[in-house]
Design a protein around this ligand. Structure first.
Ligand code: PMP
Length: 386
């Protein structure tokens, strides 16, 4: 296990003079904090004996039923018995990797891929093989070729890990046409699909898309309340076919006994009593404005030769520097100019990605995003001139 590049950045970017386009923290201050506070206080006063007690390893039953209603917004039909509540989607990833991976087994993942997942895969000594993406997400032909090659080499592929909607870090979305194709290819090779979908409801240009799991019950689906309610609650879930789910519950029991009742029942109460659908709509409006601000600033200010993605949801823009530039080498110079981003290399298991960097627009306010992009553009301009 090695520290992630993002963690190493955190200490520096918290300085107030630095505009951080690095972190992926949701803007939780937009929640009605006084209302949530009152709700939690009432919950402890009224149901303290339950809230402050251990619970089941699989998670609170009523919460699992509410989770099924949330997933229905993306076309998923699910039974609460098949949901396992976890300490964030991150623990879901950890438990899945623990039950599936023996050292040296292959996990397929998009190039680039979520850094937290790569860290988990590394900690169980999985061998991550990347599959390229383009503007429409994972490239089916490349997936087919990679699977055929790995089969010829006699490698054991355990699952495809994918963030099909508003991907972290690339900000791209798997097109509708490709969704069926990716599912077909994986079915033909008997490879499990793990769909990680924390951003699906944060869509800014269209209604929520159908999740991969909506069209294939064999898909293992990871969900989270980190972005739709609050990341500090640490409540996520896994929806999995029965055989996988049974093992997940055993693994969860040995990891944490049970997910925290306090957080689970706070989420349950929030979903039962608060206008959570309207709250998600207001998060969409907030983040849409920030996304627009970032794209307009990039369009206006970035030097020729840079390209970037145009996310329809989620938190991230993926920027590619002109040939010959190195985002990691540039990072300290950008920090000296008081702007931070995440260099792309952390999102690849194979050490590539030098020309790329991730920009996030979820946390800084629009005027800070504008200023951050202005500083970044000037740093890139200097690099080009060097
Ligand atoms: N998957 C992806 C793609 C993410 O971006 C994140 C959070 N940054 C997670 C999983 C982990 O989320 P959680 O807070 O639910 O553990």
């Amino acid at each position: 296990m090695v520290p992630s590049e993002i963690r190493a950045l955190f200490a520096v970017v918290s300085r107030p003079e630095v505009v951080s386009l690095a972190g992926g923290a949701p803007y939780v201050s937009a929640l009605p904090l006084d209302v949530v506070g009152g709700m939690v206080g009432d919950l402890v006063a009224g149901k303290g004996a339950e809230v402050l007690q251990y619970g089941s390893a699989q998670g609170d039953e009523e919460l699992r039923a509410r989770i099924c209603e949330v997933m229905a917004l993306e076309g998923v039909t699910a039974n609460a018995d098949d949901v396992v509540v976890t300490v964030g989607a991150q623990q879901g990833l950890d438990l899945l990797t623990k039950i599936f991976i023996d050292p040296g087994d292959v996990v397929l993942a998009e190039a680039p891929s979520y850094v937290g997942a790569l860290g988990t895969f590394a900690s169980y000594q999985a061998d991550v093989v990347h599959v390229p993406m383009d503007g429409e997400g994972l490239v089916p032909a490349a997936l087919r070729e990679t699977l055929a090659r790995l089969r010829r080499e006699g490698r054991r592929v355990k699952f495809l890990y994918t963030v099909p909607t508003f991907q972290n870090p690339a900000g791209v979305t798997l097109s509708a046409a490709r969704r069926a194709e990716v599912l077909d290819i994986c079915a033909a090779h008997d490879v499990l699909v793990v769909e990680d979908n924390p951003y699906g409801l944060l869509c800014y240009d269209h209604e929520p898309l159908r999740a991969l799991r909506a069209d294939d019950d064999r898909v293992v689906y990871l969900g989270s309340f980190s972005k739709t309610i609050a990341s500090g609650l640490r409540v996520g879930w896994v929806l999995a076919p029965q055989g996988v789910r049974t093992k997940l519950v055993l693994a969860a029991e040995s990891a944490v006994l049970c997910p925290p009742n306090f957080s689970q029942l706070a989420v349950r109460e929030y979903l039962n009593t608060q206008p959570w659908r309207e709250q998600i709509k207001s998060f969409r409006e907030l983040y849409r404005e920030r996304r627009d601000t970032m794209l307009e600033s990039l369009d206006a200010l970035m030097p020729d030769g840079c390209t970037w993605t145009r996310p329809a949801g989620g938190f991230f823009v993926w920027l590619t520097l002109p040939e010959g530039l190195d985002a990691k080498a540039m990072a300290p110079r950008a920090l000296a100019e008081r702007v931070a981003y995440v260099p792309g290399t952390g999102f690849y298991a194979d050490g590539t990605g030098q020309r790329h960097l991730r920009l996030s627009y979820c946390f800084p306010e629009p005027h800070r995003i504008r200023e951050g992009v202005r500083r970044l553009a000037s740093v890139v301009q200097q690099e080009i001139g060097m």
